[in-house]
Ligand binder design. Structure first.
Ligand SMILES: Cc1ncc(COP(=O)(O)O)c(C=O)c1O
Length: 400
């Protein structure tokens, strides 16, 4: 694997100068080609008009679909662009014809908004929700979850491959295979994985995969996408509320869903953001997803080691495989308070509160964590500066 040219990659990233961005799990820094794609289209819309600009860039827009499909090893016509990962997830969820008593099988680490949607389905339709057990080392026990797929015959199985609240990577492939064997729909939340590690729907059997642009993929805010497996399209799966982009009204009592994943889209589009997402997918492939994963997780490993040396700081990431999200609980300090103090020093981090990870944080016995999420363009020097800044903050508190 060729080494990454970090200086060149940083030179491509205007946001790298003057601050230390360790919030790539929140929203990463866009590289120049992504910014150019977004701004270029906004300029065109300003001069031509929105609809005319979309027509003028029809080929480039088509290429954005191809770039995202190639990023995840998906065949043509299987990606729908939507506003964000949550919308992608909800569109997929709405395609499942839930009945009273149906079971959704998920994990203890699944994303907060997904868990809230399951509870809403429980309230309205009497759907049951079961959380597969965690393994002793952390993260879902994938063989146990696969066994539950066989035994419990859920209506839907769903998993966040990487949660928002820790640096864990869950084994989605094992669960996906069990779902494929039993022909149970499998919905993967790959929001934190796309752009951080290779995601290939050939090796990760799934019916749906939801993702966002702005995180490790380094695309713009306000854009996301949904992969829909060809067999799901053939079986006629469609969202509960298709609109005139997702379907044609062909007779008084009849509509016809679009033949491809477009049936999960809706009509009004920020095409500038779609073009930016395509540019981000292209950029990530050029950098190389394996190299990205190797460097970002090595940086995170270094960060965990350095943070663990600080008094009163506990690294909270647990699991057989860890990624570029680092979470720490700091004695007597709220995550968000530390985020603001570090931001004052030009260091960008984020925090996660228990309300975003009730099951995980209750298991760990924490109320909030500070989350630091490096990406491949960060340097060891930046990480060391961030650790020293945190150490100073905590020492100042200690003496104050
Ligand atoms: C694991 C996971 N899934 C889904 C989402 C939601 O993504 P979006 O804000 O693009 O809807 C997030 C956002 O943090 C996330 O971390």
């Amino acid at each position: 694997m060729p080494a990454l040219d970090i200086s060149r990659l940083r030179a491509d990233t205007p946001g790298c100068s003057g601050r230390i961005h360790l919030n790539n799990a929140g929203a990463s820094l866009m590289p120049a080609p992504v910014l150019d794609a977004v701004k270029g289209h906004l300029d065109l819309e300003a001069s031509l008009g929105g609809y005319e600009a979309a027509d003028a860039r029809a080929e480039a827009i088509q290429q954005a679909y191809v770039d995202v499909e190639e990023l995840i090893g998906a065949p043509r016509g299987t990606v729908a662009f939507v506003e964000n990962a949550t919308v992608a997830f909800a569109q997929a969820l709405s395609a499942i014809p839930f009945r009273d008593g149906d079971l959704i099988l998920t994990t203890r680490n699944d994303y907060v908004s997904n868990q809230i949607m399951f509870l809403a389905l429980q309230d309205r339709f009497g759907v049951q929700v079961e959380h597969a057990p965690d393994a002793a080392e952390g993260g879902v026990d994938a063989p146990a979850m696969a066994e539950l797929v066989h035994r419990r015959r859920p209506r839907l199985v769903t998993m966040s491959q990487i949660p928002t609240s820790s640096g864990l990577v869950q084994d989605a492939a094992t669960v996906g295979q069990a779902c494929r064997d039993r022909e149970v729909p499998f919905l993967v939340d790959a929001c934190q994985s796309v752009g951080q590690l290779p995601v290939d729907v050939e090796h990760l059997p799934c019916t749906f995969l939801a993702a966002t642009s702005r995180k490790f993929l380094r695309g713009p805010r306000g854009s996301g996408f949904l992969y829909v497996a060809p067999e799901a399209l053939e079986q006629g799966m469609e969202p509960l509320f298709p609109d005139l982009r997702g379907a044609d009204w062909i007779d008084r009592d009849l509509y016809q869903p679009a033949p491809d994943a477009r049936r999960f889209e809706n009509w009004e589009f920020a095409w500038a953001l779609v073009l930016g997402t395509g540019a981000a997918a292209h950029y990530a492939r050029r950098v190389g997803l394996e190299a990205i994963q190797e460097r970002s997780s090595a940086l995170a490993g270094h960060l965990r080691e350095r943070l663990a040396e600080l008094p009163g700081v506990r690294v909270m990431d647990r699991g057989p495989e860890l990624c570029a999200i680092v979470t720490v609980a700091v004695e007597a300090r709220e995550g968000q308070e530390l985020v603001l103090a570090l931001r004052d020093r030009g260091i960008h981090t984020s925090s996660v509160h228990r309300t975003s990870a009730v099951l995980d944080f209750d298991d760990k016995g924490v109320e909030s964590v500070l989350r630091l999420s490096p990406h491949y363009f960060n340097t060891h020097g930046e990480l060391d500066t961030a650790v020293e800044a945190l150490a100073e903050l905590l020492a100042a508190e200690g003496t104050g």
